[in-house]
Ligand binder design. Structure first.
Ligand code: COA
Length: 378
């Protein structure tokens, strides 16, 4: 060492010297995956090589989940929802009706894990069982907090119509089920986002798949990750009508506000998930009456954002068109984040399998920036 460190800083041999450090791990390659590729520059998203638009058009959520878990494309793959174990229902009944759906879902997954034998390494059967359980758990909670009894799964229904059936007590029409299924497909997987990384860290310790998904739900609960399609709904309500759109957008940006449903950490081009969901929203039989307003606000917002940020492309993201799809299928906005977690369970569990198949304990280093070694005060 040639220079002495400042008195309140550790020397290089106490910390790690000059190794690179990236806050938030931004730009750090922390693993390898063959599950999905998020091509931010070109606005592409592929799952195991298949384009997201094609999967939405020709696939179902169970087929996509199976693709993520196994690598095989079976368009007719069937996955009904699973019953909620009695012990988990007891736990859900004990929660106050004011419990947030994300807290209830995280608790349900934790309780489910306590009722199962989940040896390491995780298996496709474990992934299927957990993915089939979560919709039933959220539906049961939503009914219990409204003073209604849970509805048993209908094994003849696939996972997404089954979820709507257990939520409402009646079978959804095909168009409604198909629209939510498309949302589940685009929500199922998206690279090394924070919740997926959490799941992989947990699995890397040889912990079980329920712990990995409970941790991932806790991570997704944060407003920086869980997304806010409900805030898109709020902003459109503030805009009110298309002739106010330009003034509203300019005022919001002048106040330093962010336009919900625009911008992304990775995408510099139009989010391919937004494109797929816009088509779905426009084709819905029960689309919200503000969808046309949303389309007009989007045009204005893209134009004004391009004008304000000529060097940083800010395009529509998935949340913008998730909002009309989720509203259109009859979900209340407070269920939006937990519904996103149901969809992402396929991706989380697929990453658990992938991590376990080539496991290395995830344990990065940290720069020590505390005081030098010293004596306790006498
Ligand atoms: N509306 C207005 N301005 C935005 C914006 C938005 N939605 N998103 C980014 N910007 C601006 C920032 O104000 C910043 O401007 P500055 O350089 O003049 O300060 C610039 O673009 C870069 O922003 P930054 O926060 O570094 O971008 P990021 O890549 O870290 O942020 C998001 C990504 C998603 C957090 C951000 O775009 C955002 O907050 N979007 C709105 C919320 C949303 O839709 N979330 C869902 C994401 S799927």
């Amino acid at each position: 060492m040639t220079d002495s460190p400042p008195a309140d800083r550790p020397s290089a041999d106490v910390s790690q010297g000059a190794r690179p450090y990236s806050p938030g791990l931004e730009g750090v390659i922390a693993g390898e995956t063959s599950l999905s590729f998020v091509d931010g520059e070109r606005g592409r998203l592929i799952y195991r090589g298949y384009r997201i638009g094609d999967l939405v058009e020709h696939g179902t959520y169970p087929a996509v989940a199976n693709l993520l878990w196994t690598g095989d494309w079976d368009a007719g793959h069937h996955l009904p929802t699973a019953p909620v174990p009695a012990e988990v229902l007891t736990v859900l009944r004990a929660l106050p009706s004011t419990t947030k759906p994300m807290d209830a879902l995280r608790t349900a997954v934790s309780a489910w894990g306590a009722t199962q034998d989940l040896p390491w390494p995780p298996t496709v059967e474990q992934a299927r069982a957990l993915t089939a359980f979560v919709p039933s758990a959220l539906a049961a909670f939503a009914r219990l907090r409204a003073g209604q009894e849970p509805v048993e799964p209908d094994p003849s229904l696939d996972l997404v119509p089954g979820f709507l059936y257990q939520l409402t007590g009646s079978r959804p029409d095909e168009g409604t089920a198909r629209a939510l299924d498309a949302y589940f497909i685009v929500g199922s997987e998206h690279g090394f986002n924070a919740s997926t990384f959490t799941a992989r860290v947990i699995i890397s310790t040889r912990s079980d798949i329920a712990s990995a998904v409970a941790g991932a739900i806790g991570t997704m609960k944060g407003p920086l990750h869980g997304g806010a399609p409900s805030e898109v709904v709020d902003q459109l309500a503030e805009v009110g009508s298309a002739d106010h759109a330009e003034q509203w957008v300019r005022d919001a940006l002048a106040k330093g506000e962010r336009l919900m449903g625009f911008g992304h950490r990775v995408y510099r081009a139009y989010d391919p998930r937004a494109k797929a969901l816009r088509t779905v929203a426009e084709g819905m039989a029960h689309k919200p009456d503000w969808l046309q307003l949303a389309i007009e606000v989007e045009d204005v917002a893209l134009r004004v954002l391009a004008e304000k940020h000529p060097d940083r492309p800010l395009k529509t993201n998935v949340e913008f068109y998730a909002a009309p799809v989720l509203m259109g299928v009859g979900l209340t906005p407070d269920l939006f984040p937990a519904t996103f977690s149901l969809a992402r369970t396929a991706g989380w569990t697929a990453h658990a399998l992938e991590q376990a198949a080539n496991n290395r304990l995830i344990r990065p280093d940290v720069n020590y920036v505390g005081p030098e070694e010293r004596d306790l005060p006498s």
